[in-house]
Design a protein around this ligand. Structure first.
Ligand code: THU
Length: 129
């Protein structure tokens, strides 16, 4: 990877995970999204009493970046209190809107056992208008 190593990005995700608001599932997730310009946007899952109002850590990070005018990305790292976490279906569709096929998705049980996948692997034949 370019400006920042996979491990470093994952460590940022793990660090931010403790800020998750997850009183219902108790499943804390942190994400660190690396933009092409080198900026890193973090996000956590934010749950709601009306469960459908919950937003995942990955989408939080994307929404933060996009609302700061940043729309080009290289990679996202995901850390969770339950070990390796893969993005849910909604998040895969959401990220595909802004990411090319070779965008990297990094997850793992810890910083020493990372697994790197691509957008194309996560969502083959994804829908785009
Ligand atoms: N969650 C995420 O934030 N990201 C994922 O990749 C998987 C699931 C959250 C949503 C919810 O707050 C909790 O984890 C349990 O599903």
């Amino acid at each position: 990877m370019k400006a920042i190593a996979e491990k470093e990005l994952y460590e940022k995700a793990a660090e931010t995970m403790t800020l998750a608001y997850a009183p219902f599932s108790k499943f804390q997730v942190g994400a660190a999204l690396l933009a092409k310009d080198g900026r890193v946007f973090t996000g956590v899952n934010v749950e709601n009493s009306s469960f459908g109002g919950t937003i995942c850590a990955e989408r939080t990070a994307f929404v933060k970046a996009i609302s700061e005018g940043c729309k080009e990305f290289t990679a996202i790292a995901i850390a969770s209190s339950g070990g390796k976490a893969w993005p849910c279906g909604i998040c895969r569709q959401f990220m595909q809107e802004f990411c090319s096929d070779d965008f990297q998705i990094i997850t793992g049980d810890d910083a020493d056992s990372l697994v790197v996948s691509t957008m194309k692997e996560m969502l083959p034949e994804g829908f785009k208008l």
